[in-house]
Design a protein around this ligand. Sequence first.
Ligand code: SF4
Length: 381
Amino acid sequence: MTNITLDSILDRSLLGFNISPSEAVVLLKQTDPESVNAIQETADKLRQRQAGDTVTYVINRNINFTNICEQHCNFCAFRRDDGDTDAYWLNWGQILEKSTDAVRRGATEICMQGGLNPQAQINGSSLPYYIKLVETIKQEFPQLHLHAFSPQEVQFIARLDGISYAEVIIGLRDAGLGSMPGTAAEVLDDQVRKVLCPEKINTETWLEIVSTAHKLGVPTTSTMLSGHIETPEQQVTHLEKLRLLQETAINQGYPAKISEFILLPFVGQEAPKVLRRRVGRDQPVLADALLLTAVARIYLGNYISNHQPSWVKLGLAGATEALTWGCNDIGGTLMEEHITTMAGAIGGTCMEVETLENAISSLNRPYQQRNTLYQFIGNRE
Ligand code: SF4
């Protein structure tokens, strides 16, 4: 591939055209510093055009209500069996306590996900338990945005109760769910999923559940777990599926769509040994994550304008760097983080607002608090 071709791909993307999957693979395979630099510059220009210079953040709190899980994903250091010494399952009082603390610290969002715990039921049904999770928080704090339950959790509830995905989402939405995290996507390629998470929903089901949420007016985010066994071609397959999903939501006039894309580089330090050995390293390779960040901006930016790095996975310095590779948001304060920290991540579990603002200011870019759906809050600039 000559530089003329690389330049023509980048030029066309700057003119507003969508690049093709094979063109995206070309970008991901560039290794010489000059070419990589040109990709970064293009992504940064597109970020500026599509999302502006302001870098946003959200004050939120994670609540992972249980780590008891019936599945055994090969990258997961979080799950436990019921009865393990460090298995936990928060009670209603603990959930309320954490929400109260979050509100006291200025949170506008609770991000809630958990293991797939078959005992999490009320009167023999799963959905009422999840609805009670939503209501417990929303009745006390109606102003909090509840961003909760992955497509995998939706399928789990539907499977246990013998109901449709739509019934689950409607039940949760009507109880006060504000949006759903687009997690459990990992890489939307069934060959990769067979190795990474053989018990999880397949690509088609993930796409179906997210699209159902959009039709029912529940916005979602989108994610990608990168840097393990997947090839550049499979990374692009994933991006293409997200782009088509968002295109459908927009073209069909669904009442909701994807609000952001978050790249989640794989942290393997405490991951189950087989995958850890196969990947052969414990922490993400920053350069790979940054190149993929830039290609994701170029590939998705016409459809998904908000891109966020993960400071938990990359550390704050890595996430700050990603703001110059196509990202326009630095994520949330989280207040506590278990899933990646138990996997051996170095980024920490909590960020103060000031720390995030200082990181953004170090790039001479303005910062701005936002809510979950990217509306600005207050006037902190
Ligand atoms: S990634 Fe989620 S579904 Fe998979 S084992 Fe871990 S907690 Fe369970």
